[in-house]
Write a protein that binds this ligand. Sequence first.
Ligand code: SF4
Length: 168
Amino acid sequence: MSNNRILFLFIETSTCYSRCKHCFINGGRKINPIKFEDLKNNLNLFLKFRDKNNDFYSKMASAIYDCSLNYPYLNQLIRFYKCNDIEGWSNIPINGFRLRSKEEWLPYLESLLEAGLIGLIFTLYGLKENHNWFAGRDGDFNNQFKLADLWHEVGVNLSGRCSYIRKI
Ligand code: SF4
């Protein structure tokens, strides 16, 4: 049997502060973040499964989903992924983040860099008015650019994607 399959997990980490119109995962629900030890125990089960079935699954990957920056144990999670060869730790989507002051953001962003994060992925749904409408949050568009500036200030790559969605 070919072993080019990827064991893929979505991790929904935290409450999201956006309310995207298409979201079936998180928007609008309060989620108590899973404790890191509990998450690790669950991931270890999948790791055992991957390693036992290595002739079938050559890789394990995981999307640390949008609103990842709200997860209080994100640094530990990135380190755990790196140590255990789980792909998905290097560039993470960040929409739905909790608003913070610059003083709060900068040390946090630096700690993510230390943990090994390489890039933040920003998603825009068109220009400002359209984006804010679709994301369900006033100011979301500008706040993404403010965060992008801070991320750049700590010296990092930016990546982004833009989907154009219009009201009908
Ligand atoms: S940012 Fe992501 S998780 Fe949050 S509402 Fe939008 S699509 Fe859903």
